[in-house]
Design a protein around this ligand. Structure first.
Ligand code: ADP
Ligand code: F6P
Length: 322
């Protein structure tokens, strides 16, 4: 006997590659287990606007390879209010929906937490390129975003080497430096600047000077947006070192394109897991994967925990980038 008979799924906040794989998994797993499933268009805004449609097997066909989200995403101010949240819960009840899967980042988790506290059986899946959700090793979209940054840095390296320049690459990550960290390590960046680790521009400049003096033909600096603008970092460097620096802001390119197999697998596993856990009567949980294993953690705990920064990986990147 399933604890839920009718569920809904929505995507909210910044989109990420692999959200479609997760939506597909929620819909197809629900149908497989005989549960009716609805898609809510445009996140919490669509919920308040009653943009709710029935999903069938074909409604999620041909999407696993697509970036973005077929359910679309939105930011919704009204849902930040207690009245908006109550209205959302009432609408779900009006449709007879007794379980909800929210795919999104930290803000979307906060919203889901409110719905859960209003008695809606709610499960969250970490859908964000930032990898800033605690109690999961990786979020859906992070792997693809890192791949995009690495690909861009490969290209920048070619031209920076030819001209013996420095490349300052600004990447996404408002509060979390994971994109910068993983992409920096994977692309052999000389310096990685993240919000979690204080830095001095003098150290960055001295390191660069020293490396050029010891035969380096280019230098790559990856800056997470949470640290500040790439332009300001470049200015700080060129005031201290006689180097030709060029800034590249990768921006929303990092949020698009074909999801990697890792993000598709992660989205598929988590989507299916959320449905099975709802059927078992679970609610108010975030689904994640830790060391390869599916795990569930209270949304309340997740939203109140800052994801730990991997200092070991950061130190490794520094050691290897001489
Ligand atoms: P993300 O989920 O990518 O972090 P946002 O922070 O923009 O994106 O959040 C997405 C939406 O989640 C917001 O537009 C809002 O509707 C809802 N939300 C965010 N924070 C809260 C909150 N504290 N309470 C209720 N809803 C929230
Ligand atoms: O998805 C997360 C994120 O990409 C952040 O790194 C970035 O600051 C933000 O979203 C920008 O999103 P938007 O332009 O949609 O507000």
């Amino acid at each position: 006997m399933s604890a839920v008979k009718k569920i809904a799924v929505l995507t909210s906040g910044g989109d990420s590659q692999g959200m479609n794989a997760a939506v597909r998994a929620v819909v197809r797993s629900a149908l497989y287990y005989g549960i009716e499933v609805f898609g809510i268009q445009r996140g919490y805004q669509g919920l308040l606007n009653r943009e709710i449609r029935s999903m069938d097997l074909r409604s999620v066909g041909d999407i696993i390879q697509r970036g973005g989200t077929i359910l679309q995403s939105a930011r919704c101010k009204e849902f930040m209010t207690a009245e908006g949240q109550q209205k959302g819960a009432d609408i779900l009840r009006e449709y007879g929906i007794d379980g909800l899967v929210v795919i999104g980042g930290d803000g979307s988790y906060q919203g889901a937490n409110k719905l859960s506290k209003l008695g809606i059986k709610t499960m969250c899946l970490p859908g964000t390129i930032d990898n800033d959700i605690a109690f999961t090793d990786f979020t859906i979209g992070f792997d693809t975003a890192v791949g995009i940054v690495v690909d861009a840095v490969n290209k920048l390296r070619d031209t920076m080497s030819s001209h013996e320049r420095s490349s300052i690459v600004e990447v996404m990550g408002r509060h979390c430096g994971d994109i910068a960290l993983y992409a920096g390590l994977a692309s052999g960046a000389e310096t990685i600047l993240v919000p979690e680790v204080p830095f001095s521009i003098d150290d960055v400049a001295n390191r660069m000077k020293d490396n050029f003096e010891h035969g380096k033909r280019h230098s790559i600096v990856i800056v997470a947006e949470g640290v500040g603008r790439g332009e300001d970092i470049a200015k700080g460097i060129t005031e201290r070192v006689d180097v030709d620096a060029r800034v590249t802001v990768l921006g929303h390119i990092q949020r698009g394109g074909c999801p990697t197999h890792n993000d598709r697998v992660l989205g598929s596993r988590l989507g299916d897991y959320a449905v099975r856990m709802l059927m078992e009567g679970q609610s108010g949980k975030s689904c994640g994967v830790i060391k390869g294993e599916l795990v569930m953690t209270d949304i309340d705990t997740v939203v109140n925990t800052k994801k730990a920064f991997d200092m070991e990986l950061y130190d490794l990147a520094l050691r290897l980038s001489k």
